[in-house]
Design a protein around this ligand. Sequence first.
Ligand code: CO
Length: 217
Amino acid sequence: MEQSYQKLITGNRIYAETKLFQDPDYFNKLSKGQKPNYLWIGCSDSRVPANEITSTKSGEIFVHRNIANLVVHTDSNMLSVLEYAVNVLKVEHIIVCGHYGCGGVHASMTNTFHGFVDNWLRHIKDVYHHNEVELKAIEDHEERANRLTEMNVISQVRNLAKTIIVQQAWDERELHLHGWVYGLHNGLVKDLAVIHNHQEDIDPIYQYNISKVTANI
Ligand code: CO
């Protein structure tokens, strides 16, 4: 056990030395601050590391990850990350990235009792229930799971659009929301083209009269 833990420390030494070899000023420059242009909301799955699969460097992507890349409107962790990314870092793009073969999605499609995590997976069950007709028409289990994975991402992008944080940003500037699915089998991202840029993209009941409120103050 100690050996496997030590591997990370050794790896870190190699990382730091390599970076300094390439650029002696590398950490000095990074430590001055961050100005990432992207917020990434992805799955905690160890096979979907945001920077690695997008060939981006430290400082380029602000990252939030949880099981099955969910955007739950009462999740204070996600909302805090979102607020900081949008209002302080002023990111221009938010990417929700799911992945095929997601354990969370697969688990939500069964009646198996998993324990506490079922409270979290309920959000995916709701997506399933909402799209039951289309999903049940897909006979192959794997294909059905793949479609639910895509539907889940689309649903989470919409959840972002429903937040006050995103709608307030839209009132002042451009902010683009994207839904992607990553393929564990080929390393490629599929853009689901669920881009939302305006408040009008979502159902009226979720639209806040942000400008009016601002004007009243
Ligand atoms: Co996953």
